[in-house]
Design a protein around this ligand. Sequence first.
Ligand SMILES: [Zn+2]
Length: 318
Amino acid sequence: MIKYLSLLKTTKPYKVIGADIAEGKLNHCYMLTGDDRVALDGLITLFAERILCDKDGCGECSVCMKIEDGNHEDIFEPKNLKADGIREFVDQVYIKPNGKYKVMILREIDKVDMKVQNFLLKSLEEPVDNVVFILGAERQTAVLETIKSRSKKLAVLPFSRYALEDYFAKKTAEYPNRALVKEAVDCCLGNLTRCEELLADEEYASDLTDIIFILKDMTSTRDNLKMQQRLGAVEGKLVRYLDMMQLIAGVLLKKLSGVRVDGFEKVNCLMDTFNIPALVNFNQLITEAKQKLENNCKESNVLDNLFIKLMEVKYLCR
Ligand SMILES: [Zn+2]
C-alpha cells in the first residue's frame, strides 16, 4: 500500500492524470515537481498504476501489486543515474511493451548530469507510441529546458494543515503518540517528507522549543553560557540546531512579511523579537556558521560566536 494514499489522491496532479486518461489524452511525458520527496515518489507510483491498471489504478489488482512491489515488466527505472545507467534506460524505450503501455520512470532527473540528460532528448522529441515517461524533480533549475518544455509539468504543492490533521485523525492505532503527531503536523508545513522525519524524531519538539526560548531570551553575554548549557552537549548536534534556527528564521520571515503560514504557531512568540532586516542578518549568520562547521571548526566555538553575533543583531533591531 502506498503511504499517504488518501492524501495523494486529493492532489491536483493525480486529478490531472485521471482526466487525461479519461479524455484519451495521455501525455508522453509528465514531470512532477516539488520539494516533497515522499509525495513525489508516492505520486509517481500512483501515476504508473493509473496508466497500467484497467481499474483506474485500483491499488488492489495483480497489476497494481506488481507495481507497488517494483517488479512490473513494463516499468523501467535506471539502475543508476550515471551515463551508463541512463543510456541503458533509454535503450529500453524502443523495445515493445508486453502490455498496452511502457512506463519509463526517472524519479530524480534533477540528479542526472545535464550532459547525460541529453540522452533522453531524442525519445522525448520524437515520442514513441505507447511509451510514457514519468519524471520527478525537486530542483527544476537542474533540468534541461528542452526536457521541461516537452513535459507536462505538474507541481506537487504542500498539503494543508487541515488535510494532514484529518489524515492522522483516522490513524490512531498506527500513530499512538498523538502529541508527536500534533507537533509533526504543526511543524512540517505541509511537507510529507518533513512530517515523516519529525514523526521519527521524538526529541525534535523539545529541541525546537529550546531553540525558540534561546532566541527569545538571550539578551546579554551573560546569557550565552547559560543558553549553551540549556542546549546540552553541543558536539555532534550543532548542524541540527542550525537547521532548526534556519527553519525558524524562514517561517518568521514569511509571517512578518504577511505570507500566510499554515502552522508553526510556536514561533509567534518571536514576532516582536526580530524584525525583517534582523532575520535576514540572522539567516546569513547561520549560513556562515554552517560553512565553519564544514571547515571543521569546533562546534562549541561556532555556537559561541553565533550567539555573540546574534545578540548584536537583536540589539540593533531594538
Ligand atoms: Zn489495479
